[in-house]
Design a protein around this ligand. Structure first.
Ligand SMILES: Cc1ncc(COP(=O)(O)O)c(C=O)c1O
Length: 345
């Protein structure tokens, strides 16, 4: 098996050894299935320590499932969901929200994947008009698909705006750990304390094997979720192996250490690559994703040895992403490769 030298995605890294160990440890004889095992029940309690006692937690295996099922559970087919045009639900879920959930998405143009009340307001003109889909959810991604962070105040402003209009707020937290690490706050600070209604909680990108969760914080929503999850074939029979990952992930600050490390590696890469003449780091590096201009010929050379995405072939922007498993040596070797490629063209 050839190991990739990857700066393409945190999805390219393996699972953290502590997570693998937790899966092995949970492999003990016969336990109840479908989430009724002690491991899953205990993991629910651990989640409540992070999100508050009213949280209801449902495990799934992909972030797409978390997003689609979470949103589906709180909407009717006549509702719409407002999101940034760059949102994963809009661009990267192969139409699953529409196909599986019957969800109409209303994508709002955005520079960096962030939304503000002012950007959302023009899309709410048809509330109460029977001919138009009725907005129900504002979905934000933290950090955004372009690696940018909402401040807690910005999230709060969106929540207040939404609740004033009887709308719910969904937070796609596929990388919520990276966001909390960067803003030096807890999951509670970023969600429950701001009255976010429900969260897609990601574990996979930051060290789990394949564990995500839908966390409902608003006690009045998502009541039918367990049935929807079963219908959607996401009710895992041997749930202990999914919950064991998340229990280990939340234990002893593993989530935080991993996220801090990934973020620090992105900073290191930005500082060192940005110092190379001919390379331009675009905008701020808030978490573990960075975007850079590279001469296209240099990109071609680099791609022979390294794996990363050409984000925009017209303006020659590339995306680099680091993970819990990116080492300083990997970054430094990559930077040396970038320098060599840029100097060769
Ligand atoms: C913002 C965001 N949401 C959700 C997901 C979850 O995707 P998946 O279904 O591949 O786990 C991703 C994965 O890239 C993502 O970047």
């Amino acid at each position: 098996m050839t190991e990739l030298k990857s700066f393409a995605s945190d999805n390219n890294s393996g699972a953290h050894p502590a997570i693998m160990e937790a899966v092995v440890q949970s492999n003990v004889g016969h336990l109840k299935s479908y989430g009724e095992d002690e491991m899953s029940i205990h993991t629910d309690e651990v989640f409540k320590e992070f999100f508050g006692s009213q949280a209801r937690i449902h495990y799934v295996t992909t972030g797409t499932a978390a997003n689609v099922l979470g949103i589906r559970a709180v909407t009717h087919t006549y509702n719409s969901v407002i999101c940034a045009a760059q949102a994963h639900i809009n661009n990267d879920e192969c139409g699953a929200p529409e196909a599986f959930g019957g969800i109409k998405l209303v994508p709002v143009p955005s520079e960096d994947g962030k939304l503000t009340p002012g950007m959302i307001a023009p899309y709410l003109g048809h509330i109460g008009f029977v001919h138009a889909s009725q907005p129900k959810v504002i979905s934000i991604t933290q950090p955004t698909e372009l690696g940018k962070l909402y401040t807690l105040k910005e999230i709060e402003d969106i929540v207040d705006f939404a609740h004033d209009r009887d709308l719910l707020v969904h937070l796609d937290g596929a990388r919520i750990a990276n966001a909390c690490a960067a803003l030096d706050c807890t999951f509670f600070d970023m969600t429950t304390a701001l009255n976010v209604d429900f969260v897609s909680f990601g574990g996979t990108k930051n060290g789990c094997l394949m564990s995500e969760a839908v966390v409902f914080l608003n006690p009045e929503i998502g009541v039918g979720f367990p049935y929807l999850r079963k219908q959607a074939m996401q009710l895992v029979s041997k749930m202990r192996f999914v919950s064991a990952q998340l229990e280990a992930y939340l234990k002893d600050d593993l989530w935080l250490d991993n996220a801090r490390h990934a973020n620090a590696m992105a900073q290191r890469l930005a500082e060192k690559a940005g110092a190379i003449e001919g390379v331009e780091i675009k905008g701020t590096v808030d978490c573990n994703a960075l975007f850079a201009y590279l001469p296209p010929e240099a990109t071609e050379i680099l791609l022979e040895k390294y794996y990363f995405y050409v984000w925009d072939e017209h303006d020659h922007t590339v995306r680099w992403m680091t993970s819990w498993a990116t080492t300083e040596e990997m970054v430094d070797e990559f930077v040396a490769g970038i320098k060599k490629a840029v100097e060769a063209v």
